[in-house]
Design a protein around this ligand. Structure first.
Ligand code: G3H
Length: 496
């Protein structure tokens, strides 16, 4: 079991501890939460079920630590983040090992996730030094009726305590994409890791612990959503929430107080393929975009909208590429692995059954063993089918045949999930016009949707989210503008 070596302090008997006040602790609840391995469906790990009292204590010590951290020179904050990044990279194998067992991510992708996370932390440290090291000065005489006797100094200050709630599919990367901006900006950070992925998160937090951040500045509170979920998100000590996940985000945003929110709640990312598209390129991107990590990415290709005239050729190319996908264990680096839980597998099956009953064309035979679902392309999907609108979050890609570009754009804009989308065409003018018409947070031209590189802005419209992410935007979002106005005596010539 991972958890030995430098991670020994994070585990007690066979239960992983929670982190608060600079220490790994056992919860007073005496209870634990079991994490099932998605591939074997057997218990893999146990984590502490923290209590509300433990949340209160973590928030209190975060508050104390933050007031000191906010006064720590920016270069020192950056230096500590660089240290955490180096430690994380050094331990990529053990952390990736947890990711493989907890969320069945293929081993090579789990390694990529950890390395990408370390790079994100370092980039964030550097970007923070650049953007937070700068302020602005305004003078008053640009506004009508004013003399030049006031100088306004503008700088950015931390918000206080940031609550980070990452999803299961990137338990390390989508945690550090919240942690690093919060810390460089001078905030404290409370992490509530997802249940599946919590142990990878605990290992990652230990790397921050070893880097030497002040005691209490970072905490990692594990447990049952029913006990500590609302309690954390509605906690009066929390000054900002950064959440990535599903519908829960909508409920959180309704309950949270008057604090900045950063929310990413999934996408029904469409892929529009025009007649003049490079169909080999489009097919390769549909397979990579639709099936990497078995479709469990908010930016996965979730619907192909292809012009009828090229649909047969495109579908054939996609099916040929899909036949090369390997299916099996994440430890063996298979392309398609078990989806995260049995309830996810059942949900996906429900969407597939609905399409079958309503007459869609299955390009492969539907097959499922436990949580492992074989990759499936469903052609001739129509708007009355659930697959046309809902996110399978699994290895199932629906195809809707369209007869005009307008039809594709209309379908894209009618969805309540509007994270990303993509368009394949050789005509750049057309691509730009379509991008302009697609009401989604990002449109990729001639490539599958994707969040990275991690300093690019990343945002969704409608139910896909609030605010914009990406390193620079996250740092800015986790700060507040502070102004100091210097009032000088009025120049004598204006005194009459
Ligand atoms: O699942 C949501 C992630 O933000 C997607 O990130 O495009 O790097 O896979 P990705």
């Amino acid at each position: 079991m991972a958890g030995f070596g430098i991670f020994q302090d994070t585990i007690d008997q066979d239960v992983y501890k929670y982190y608060a006040d600079g220490e790994w602790k056992v919860s007073s609840s005496g209870n634990s939460v079991i994490i099932l391995n998605p591939s074997t469906r057997q218990p893999q790990y146990k984590i502490q079920a923290c209590t509300q009292d433990e949340v209160n204590k973590a928030v209190q010590s975060a508050k104390e630590a933050q007031s000191i951290w906010a006064k720590t020179p920016l270069w020192k904050r950056a230096e500590t983040l660089h240290k955490a990044a180096a430690i994380l990279k050094e331990h990529k194998e053990s952390i990736a090992g947890c990711i493989v067992k907890e969320i069945a991510k293929p081993h090579k992708d789990a390694i990529t996730e950890v390395v990408r996370s370390a790079d994100l932390i370092s980039y964030c440290a550097e970007e923070g030094v650049r953007i937070l090291g700068e302020g602005k000065m305004l003078v008053s005489d640009s506004f009508p009726g004013n003399e030049r006797n006031k100088m306004c100094l503008v700088s950015k200050i931390p918000l206080g305590i940031v609550l980070a709630i990452p999803p299961f599919n990137y338990p390390v990367n989508l945690a550090v994409s919240k942690i690093a901006p919060a810390l460089i900006a001078g905030n404290a950070l409370v992490l509530k890791p997802p249940t599946q992925g919590a142990v990878a998160g605990i290992h990652m937090v230990h790397c921050f612990h070893l880097a030497g951040f002040p005691k209490g500045l970072i905490s990692c509170i594990t447990g049952k959503g029913s006990e500590i979920g609302d309690f954390l998100t509605m906690h009066p000590g929390v000054n900002c929430i950064s959440f990535t996940g599903g519908d829960t985000g909508i409920a959180i945003s309704k309950k949270a107080g008057m604090i900045p929110l950063q929310m990413e709640l999934g996408g029904k990312d469409v892929c529009i393929v025009l007649e003049d598209a490079d169909l080999d390129l489009a097919a390769a991107n549909i397979v990579k975009g639709g099936f990497s990590y078995s479709g469990q990415r908010c930016t996965a290709v979730k619907l192909v909208l292809v012009m009828e005239t090229v649909a047969d050729v495109l579908v054939e190319k996609v099916v040929t590429l899909m036949s090369k996908l390997t299916i099996g264990a994440p430890e063996d680096d298979c392309d398609i692995t078990a989806v995260v839980t049995e309830s996810s597998a059942k949900f996906i099956e429900g969407l597939v059954d609905d399409a079958r009953v309503k007459g869609a064309t299955f390009c492969q035979e539907y097959r499922r063993e436990g949580n492992l679902i074989w990759p499936l392309l469903v052609d001739n999907v129509r708007p009355d089918m659930r697959l046309a609108w809902e996110e399978p979050f699994g290895p199932v890609v629906p195809v809707v045949r369209i007869t005009s570009v307008e039809e594709g754009i209309h379908h894209c804009n009618a969805s309540n999930l509007a994270l990303q989308g993509c368009v394949f065409t050789r005509d750049i003018n057309k691509a730009i016009m379509i991008s302009d018409a697609m009401e989604t947070g990002t449109v990729q031209i001639n490539s599958a949707p994707s969040r990275g590189p991690d300093h690019f802005p990343f945002q969704g419209l409608r139910d896909s989210g609030i605010g914009s992410q990406g390193i620079t935007n996250s740092i800015n979002m986790m700060t507040k503008v502070k102004t100091t106005v210097i009032n000088l005596p009025l120049p004598s010539y204006t005194m009459g």
